[in-house]
Design a protein around this ligand. Structure first.
Ligand code: PLP
Length: 373
């Protein structure tokens, strides 16, 4: 079976598993312990992982706060900012209609708590027009949350421009970069307008259940403050209490190291895979398909295709013994994609659409299976 649902999740690499196993077995210490070797070993394992992630995104190590994944990171940024600054009486938050549910649903929750939310329209590929953001910001705007790479279409927002608009207006900016990490370079120093950035390990061959929120240091060297979601032992500078998931963090670090070392080759391979599949699909299906995803300003290795007149669920079920793909976000797969609807597709067209997403480790020859459909 050919697995082409890497935007949903990826298998962990053998090197990642091997490193993790050490901390699931012999090295079981709690890094918050003191004096004895087991605790110190766990502490330095966390510190190595932090260093690897900081190298992948060119941030400082202090700006990395480990979480259980991007859902938690998004919740931490949005709820944490909303709560911390509520006394300042700024109650307007801007997001977009093509965000992952881990942002949209948080915004809906905040709306129920009295915040005003603007959901910006997106273009036919799911991108936000920076001019629309400029127009939407007002004196009450506290935070903007706009994703970097879309999980269903792969489209990339111009996060640099969007975040600079916010910086000029004194508005905090969060971006969900879950799909971007390891697939496109992220240079934290190059995007100073981004206050918060969410990432997750399991989209780049790391383990599930670990991610991070990257929080910008202010001019005094302090992290931009927010209210923690969890209170307790004070881990991660008190921003994220809870015993460290050492093996997961170690796995995240190793996946980040491997992604950094291979980034250019990986991107090249992802483009090759996508181009080959596009060519086969065009050749085989001609006018019976159309592409929902763009070919420019997009993450490599994600394509979204409409099979005109065919129901996507029926098609995926039929394909499932040989090809695993999806209708869109794994987290909201029961509902027709809100992302595709936001791009202007009719519900009937959404129900004909399938996402294929590759890993750099997908074998180019394996794509030949599409000839047999
Ligand atoms: N944000 C985006 C864009 C995603 O694609 C995902 C994963 O599906 C998430 C957030 C949630 O990430 P996690 O599974 O780490 O909570």
């Amino acid at each position: 079976m050919l697995y082409l649902d890497h935007s949903a999740t990826t298998p962990i690499l053998p090197e990642v598993k091997d490193k993790m196993m050490v901390y699931l077995t012999n090295e079981f210490g709690n890094p918050s312990g003191k004096y004895y070797e087991l605790a110190n070993n766990a502490k330095s394992a966390i510190s190595n992982a932090r260093s690897e992630i900081s190298k992948l995104i060119n941030s400082s190590e202090e700006e990395i706060i480990f979480t259980s994944g991007a859902t938690e990171s998004n919740n931490m940024a949005l709820k944490g900012v909303a709560d911390y600054y509520s006394a300042a009486n700024k109650r307007h938050i801007i997001t977009s209609k093509s965000e992952h549910s881990a942002v949209i649903d948080v915004c809906e929750f905040l709306e129920s708590k009295g915040f005003n939310i603007t959901y910006l329209d997106v273009d036919r590929y799911g991108r936000v027009n920076p001019r629309d953001l400029e127009k939407a910001i007002n004196k009450d705007t506290l935070l903007v949350s706009i994703m970097w790479g879309n999980n269903e279409l792969g489209s990339l927002n111009d996060v640099k421009e969007l975040s600079e608009i916010c910086k000029e207006q004194g508005v905090l900016f969060h971006t969900d970069a879950t799909q971007v990490l390891g697939k496109t370079p992220i240079d934290w120093e190059e995007i100073p307008g981004v206050s918060f950035l969410s990432v997750s390990a399991h989209k780049m061959h790391g383990p599930k259940g670990v991610g991070a929120l990257i929080i910008r240091k202010d001019q005094y060297g302090n992290l931009i403050p927010l209210t923690p979601l969890f209170h307790g032992g004070g881990q991660e500078k008190g921003i994220r209490s809870g015993t460290y998931s050492v093996h997961n963090i170690v796995g995240f670090g190793e996946a980040a190291r491997i992604a950094r070392v291979n980034l250019d080759d990986n991107i090249e391979q992802l483009y090759k895979l996508e181009e080959k599949l596009i060519a086969i699909l065009k050749n085989k299906f001609g006018q019976q398909i159309s592409f929902n995803s763009d070919h420019q300003n997009k993450l490599p290795g994600v394509i979204n295709v409409r099979f005109i007149g065919l129901n996507n669920e029926v098609l995926l079920k039929k394909l499932s013994p040989i090809i695993a793909a999806s209708t869109g976000s794994a987290c909201s797969s029961a509902k027709p994609s809100h992302v595709l609807q936001a791009t202007g597709l009719e519900l009937s067209e959404v129900r004909e659409s399938i996402r294929f997403s590759f890993s750099p480790y997908t074998n180019l020859d394996d794509i030949d299976i599409f000839y047999e459909l």
